[in-house]
Design a protein around this ligand. Structure first.
Ligand code: REX
Length: 356
């Protein structure tokens, strides 16, 4: 059965609601393919508000933005390609590849990619106080091992494999694994294995440079004291996240990436199936390997990832066959009302008027 047509009026209404909750701007792009992920797509775009509060420049779906944890799916694809090449085994101990790094040799590569390692998330400490925590790291450059060391100041949150417990530390270790197995920085692997093959012209990994190259939306961090002024968080190294969150992209490129991934263009079937072995991750949610599944009100499940970095909320999801993709962005963060409102764009895009 063909999916319900997107409800574009509802989609624009949600973007306007996000603005009413404090987002300076919001945007969404839907790519609707007919028979295959790479055929000519019908494109729907929606924009509201401003990309830049200073100049008043309007939000534009062509604007680059920081994608945060959507980066985790890129890192997972690289490691799963290495598994397909026989250079990595998902169920082997991380200790085999990175001896002595982690305190428990029961932690496997699969545990990292499914957030079941038990490794404490060091960002809980970094960002307990939102603005001062951000300003303390905005221009900092960390090594992967410094970030892992921050995590290991705490005991494991549970025995390896025992539970799903989202942690950025897992994908920092994933970055170390990529560099160890390939001898290249993650940037090279993203470029050679994903960005160049899919021609993702807007997708860049510029860590530790603080600037977003080319045309982009500025990002505004909402302080914990919501009455305080928004903080322009656009320029930062993203070194606190790196392979867990430092990519920059666009709505077009993320739609292409997830359509290609679920359309089978990036991984052999065997590895894509591994990516879709789900553990429960909250109501109507599941986590595979660097991939989220969300079960919508109309019975449709969608596959992708969300991202939260200072100044940007992003949501990038596609249908099971990769034929319809949505990327939605608001240029604020630390704002639960905006986060929840923007999540509704998945319903407008994939359930259309069938959304309950
Ligand atoms: C949730 C999301 N995860 C990510 O994108 C990763 C990279 N981001 C985080 O872990 C949140 C960092 C703090 C953001 C800050 N919050 C605070 O500082 C709170 N005190 C903010 O909202 O900008 C995902 O996987 O979907």
């Amino acid at each position: 059965t063909a999916p319900a047509a997107p409800d574009l009026a509802a989609l624009s209404g949600l973007l306007r609601t996000a603005l009413s909750h404090g987002a300076p701007g919001a945007m969404a792009r839907i790519d609707d393919h007919r028979t295959s992920w790479d055929d000519h797509a019908t494109v729907h775009k929606a924009v509201e508000g401003v990309a830049d509060r200073g100049s008043g420049e309007a939000m534009d779906t062509a604007d680059r933005f920081r994608i945060g944890s959507v980066t985790k799916t890129f890192s997972a694809v690289v490691l799963l390609q290495l598994a397909a090449e026989g250079r990595l085994d998902l169920d082997t101990s991380v200790d085999h590849y990175l001896p002595g790094l982690l305190p428990d040799d029961r932690i496997t590569v699969r545990h990292l990619l499914s957030h079941r390692s038990g490794l404490y998330d060091y960002t809980n400490d970094l960002f307990e106080r939102t603005v001062s925590g951000f300003e303390a790291v905005r221009t900092k450059v960390f090594t992967y091992r410094e970030l892992v060391a921050k995590s290991l100041e705490h005991p494991l949150t549970h025995a390896p494999g025992a539970a799903y417990d989202y942690s950025n530390t897992n994908f920092v270790v994933a970055g170390l694994l990529i560099e160890k197995l390939t001898g290249h920085p993650v940037r090279t692997e993203y470029e050679n294995r994903i960005i160049k093959p899919l021609k993702l012209a807007d997708t860049v990994y510029v860590h530790p440079d603080t600037k977003i190259p080319g045309r982009h939306a500025r990002g505004y961090l909402t302080p914990d004291d919501a009455k305080a002024a928004l903080v322009d968080a656009t320029d930062q190294t993203m070194s606190w996240a790196q392979s867990a969150g430092a990519l920059i992209s666009s709505t077009r490129d993320l739609n292409t990436f997830f359509s290609a991934l679920l359309g089978g263009a990036l991984l052999p079937t065997r590895q894509l199936d591994e990516m879709e072995r789900w553990v429960p991750a909250g109501t109507g949610q599941a986590y595979g390997l660097g991939l989220r599944r969300r079960d919508l009100s109309c019975g449709v499940s969608v596959y992708g990832h969300t991202g939260t970095v200072q100044g940007y909320y992003s949501y990038a999801f596609t249908s099971k066959d990769g034929l319809r993709s949505l990327t939605a962005v608001a240029n604020t963060s630390n704002n639960d009302a905006v986060y929840g409102t923007m999540l509704g764009t998945l319903e407008s895009a994939f359930c259309g008027k069938l959304a309950k």
